[in-house]
Design a protein around this ligand. Structure first.
Ligand code: CO
Length: 170
């Protein structure tokens, strides 16, 4: 799978609710993990590979040999948030760009797994950050939308570079 680079339009389209939990979905998820690892990512949302599906994968270890960390969240919904903290984020759709983003410290998330089973789980720290970043992708929101005025100014040139490169390509 190819990763859609900002400002690719699928990044703004978000994802549609998934209602069939079949082999095709399993294949998509498996391909997404492979794509995520090949780019050294810790999370990847379907719109980032051009698929308008409401799902993301993550592994905070970012390593295919550490399968224990793998999670697939389908039709996720953040139902509760607690606290705030700043932390550095990057995104496979913005190669080389890192910025400080304010996120909730602690989130409670309802989601379905690959069998369609419903779960409700609490995430904290780095995992909570990944979940919020990826859940944003499913709504067409990218991390640079969430920067403070100062951070926005700092990364403005880099964003313009991405925009220029994409115009040259098309
Ligand atoms: Co991202």
């Amino acid at each position: 799978m190819d990763v859609v680079i900002y400002p690719g339009s699928s990044l703004r389209r978000g994802g549609k609710t998934i209602d069939s939990f079949d082999d095709e979905l399993r294949q998509v998820v498996s391909d997404m993990f492979e794509t995520m690892y090949s780019h050294n990512g810790v999370g990847l949302a379907a719109p980032q590979v051009g698929l308008p599906l409401n799902l993301f994968v993550l592994n905070p270890a970012g390593n295919a040999d550490e399968k224990d960390g793998e999670m697939v969240l389908i039709n996720p919904e953040i139902v509760k948030r607690k606290g705030h903290e700043f932390g550095e984020e990057g995104c496979l759709s913005f190669p080389g760009l890192y910025a400080e983003v304010e996120r909730s410290k602690d989130v409670r998330v309802k989601y379905q797994d690959l069998d369609g089973e419903e779960h409700e789980e609490r995430f904290e720290g780095f995992l909570a950050r990944i979940v919020q970043h990826e859940a944003d992708h499913l709504k067409g929101v990218v991390f640079t939308d969430r920067l403070s005025a100062v951070e926005k100014l700092r990364v403005r040139g880099a964003l313009q570079d991405f925009e220029r490169k994409s115009t040259q390509k098309s």
